[in-house]
Design a protein around this ligand. Structure first.
Ligand code: ZN
Length: 122
């Protein structure tokens, strides 16, 4: 199975770039020219489920870290648990994002349905 980012029509994913340092890694090879503002939980998914962005927190991460954090969040939503050792800065940031979603009333089954592209009950 793949974890492709499925962006529905009418929604645009804007990657906010910055030269601020990555919060996950202290060393990068190669060094990215730019880093990204990681939204703790995908804005497009929040907009579909809630019609608004409730989880507004962001953290600056490198592009590689960004992809990995979202892959962990997607894995948690789709498979019911985080993969791997559950340690390290990447996991901690993914856990914060997932927790922020559920703490704001987010329904994991609905999020999973949207990630699979099948729509949700809300
Ligand atoms: Zn990094």
């Amino acid at each position: 199975m793949t974890n492709e980012l499925i962006v529905p029509r009418g929604f645009e994913v804007v990657e906010l770039t910055t030269t601020a340092p990555c919060a996950i890694h202290s060393v990068h090879t190669p060094v990215p020219r730019i880093n990204q503002q990681h939204h703790w939980f995908p804005q497009w998914l929040q907009l579909i489920i809630w019609g608004e962005v409730r989880v507004k927190a962001t953290t600056v991460v490198c592009p590689t870290g960004h992809v990995n954090v979202h892959d962990l969040i997607n894995h948690r939503i789709l498979h019911g648990e985080f993969p791997g050792t559950h340690s390290g800065s990447t996991y901690k940031l993914a856990f914060k994002g997932f927790s922020a979603f559920t703490d704001n009333g987010g329904d994991v089954a609905t999020a999973a349905a949207h990630l699979r592209g099948g729509g949700g009950s809300e």
